[in-house]
Design a protein around this ligand. Structure first.
Ligand code: PPS
Length: 292
């Protein structure tokens, strides 16, 4: 229904959903607290996965405590505003410390108070080809979001940065640079989590200033596996109304793997994407294996 479409609009040069843009003053003025931990990603990079891991660390591996509430309440999405159900700024204001904050904002759009308070941040990056596939299905399953005629059309827009949150390339490059100059920004890769989850969990525990015990790590590994999270109503987003997410069209927890792009990219598209990728990432020290 046209009236339900949460169109994408531009606020200060950032393409973002209309209801988020309308809330921009509140987002900009957001008051960070020194012990906030910020999870930053370009959409569809594994935000929910890393959020659950961090919440498990904060809750000392207490699965029952994590299951008490939905991931979108335990880790509010800062700039999100969809009626009263999802209202990141309000949810965070009412939350006790320490808070875990989710955001997809490019580095230059993050509310300044996070820098003033010197908050710790975790950036998670994923192969842009898998991000594009995941993002395409996400747009299909969220009835209020804009629709694209085909996967090809979506990828074209993705490459041009004409999708919500703009260019993947600029997003990752600028957060990568930030992480090089600011030790309070930890830069991680989705593919590394897939390859050696224990190693990445221990990295996260240390970064958060806690002690990694074998028991804690094993509990987190089990509880945050794709299968567990797919079947867990507090992490799989099935608790949201169907008007927000229609899991019959495509589940939020879709495949959770590395390399699904190979099932969606034609040889020609892949070649074009690779050339474009090299152009966009030229000069950056961020090296990424997009062939994975
Ligand atoms: S969002 O809407 O931007 O917050 O989405 P986000 O959570 O960043 O990304 C969703 C994709 O992450 C996958 N996912 C996981 N992969 C592996 N293990 C675990 N535990 C996990 N949890 C979520 C999810 O399946 C989406 O990827 P695709 O490729 O679509 O399956």
């Amino acid at each position: 229904k046209t009236e339900n479409i949460n169109e994408v609009c531009c606020i200060n040069g950032l393409l973002i959903y209309k209801t988020f843009a309308e809330n921009w003053d509140n987002i900009e003025a957001f008051q960070a607290r020194a012990d906030d931990i910020v999870i930053v990603t370009y959409p569809k990079s594994g935000t929910t996965w890393i959020s659950e891991i961090v919440d498990m660390i904060y809750k000392d591996g207490n699965v029952e405590k994590c299951k008490e509430d939905m991931i979108f309440n335990r880790v509010p999405f800062l700039e999100c505003k969809k009626e009263d159900i999802l209202d990141g700024v309000r949810q965070l204001k009412n939350m006790a410390s320490p808070r875990i904050v989710k955001t997809h904002l490019p580095v230059e759009y993050l509310p300044v108070s996070f820098w003033k308070e010197d908050c710790k941040m975790i950036y998670l990056c994923r192969n842009p080809k898998d991000v594009a596939v995941s993002y395409y299905y996400f747009q299909l399953m969220t009835p209020v979001h804009p629709k694209y005629a085909s996967f090809l059309e979506f990828v074209e827009k993705f490459m041009d940065g004409e999708v919500p949150y703009c260019s993947w390339y600029k997003h990752v490059k600028s957060w990568w640079e930030k992480s090089k100059s600011n030790p309070r920004v930890l830069f991680l890769f989705y593919e590394d989590l897939q390859e050696d989850i224990r190693k990445e969990i221990i990295k996260l525990i240390n970064f958060l200033g806690k002690k990694p015990s074998e028991e804690l790590v094993e509990k987190i590994v089990h509880h945050t596996s794709f299968e567990e999270m797919k079947n867990n109503p507090s992490t799989n987003y099935t608790a949201l109304p169907e008007e927000y997410m229609n899991h019959k069209v495509s589940p939020f927890m879709r495949k959770g793997c590395v390399g699904d792009w190979k099932n969606h990219f034609t040889v020609a598209l892949n070649e074009r994407f690779d050339v474009h990728y090299e152009q966009e990432m030229k000069g950056s020290t961020l090296k990424f294996k997009t062939t994975l």
